[in-house]
Design a protein. Sequence first.
Length: 433
Amino acid sequence: MIQFVVLIALSTSLCAFAAPVDFARGRVVEPMETTAIQRLTIPQDVYEWVVRADLGDLRVYNGELLEVPYAIRRPASIEDHTPWVVLPVFPLPSPRNKSEDTAQVNIELADSGAVIAVHGASVNNLQGGDFLIDASAIDIGITELDIDWSQEGGFMGKFQIEASDDLDDWHATVTSATLATLETGGRKIIVDKITLPGVHTRYLKISQLDGATPITIDRVSARALRRQLPQRHWKTLAGAAREQGYEYDTGGQFPLDRIILELEQPTFLITAKLFSKAASGDRWRNRGERTFYRVEVDGAFVSSDPVAYPTRDQYWRAEIPHDEQPPPTLKVGWLPDELVFIKQGDAPYLMVYGQADITGRPWPMSELLNRLGNDVEIQNIPFARLSAANRLGGPARLLSAPDPLDWETILLWAVLVVGVAGIVLLAFRLARQ
């Protein structure tokens, strides 16, 4: 709070340019660690106080009250891997000619579908060949396998991965992948991972394709690559009845991506025509007709999914034909933007927002963000902390200032009025004489 007061005191003494006090509100930014690039998630009240939909009336200042380069970007999906899970692996006979009988192989399954054992005359003495991988106990879309095998010396071979849910029908998921152990110049190169396209299956089969010496697979581990968006924020709006419909105000320039109509009663089904507009004076834009519901089936409630509407429109309208129900509420969801800024100059840093008479600040950050996305992984950049919102110029900054007086025009009109008055006075005197 002391830092905030110091910044405001300094800004009031440096009014030759747009200073923090010229904005409606502000928050102190506390950078994390020593990274030169910082990012933060735009909080809800920023969308409620900015005037521009592109957040152009937002700035970041350093301790010397100099503007700091920044950019606004849409949040990217977060990627991480599940932990490695060791899967049971069983050797299978791999016939080298069409006449070889493989019908003697018997796969014993548990009630859950897990493989208990593989029986067959040629299985016990099998040294390499095909291998059955039991993935029935995991519920992930496998994107990577880690293979451990027994083989003396160097090895390189091509393998195929097939998938099945019943051990009868198999389909290829990877037609050719390389496993290798190579030694050169005293260095050892191991290629022991196979990438899969997110396979969600109960069983996998790995088969060697070429004529290399068969290997014996000792262990197989699997994991999945998870992609998820940041947490979606929601806001519930009460409707105002107007002209055979209900109108809603989101209260700001939110980057909406989901909406849903709901009634307070436990079960409902409504069909509504939806409209939206960016400003109160704009014409309504038809968003189509949608059906929303919540019903109980066997003791469980089933609800309609939110409708995807990527827009920053602030005003919404719902028209419900034959409406005999209480006013529905509108739930809007959005994924907050991210602000990425360069930690340029000394702390404390201040993010300010809400100014009707300022234009966007086009910092040339696009090339930097592209490099960060390719080389650094933006999701690894730490999030800065934000203080509670504080009032600066207040709501008055959201209204455009009146146009300045045109003194030249005023002076010309004054001269004209004085001249006309003089002529009238002279005419009056001449008339009296």
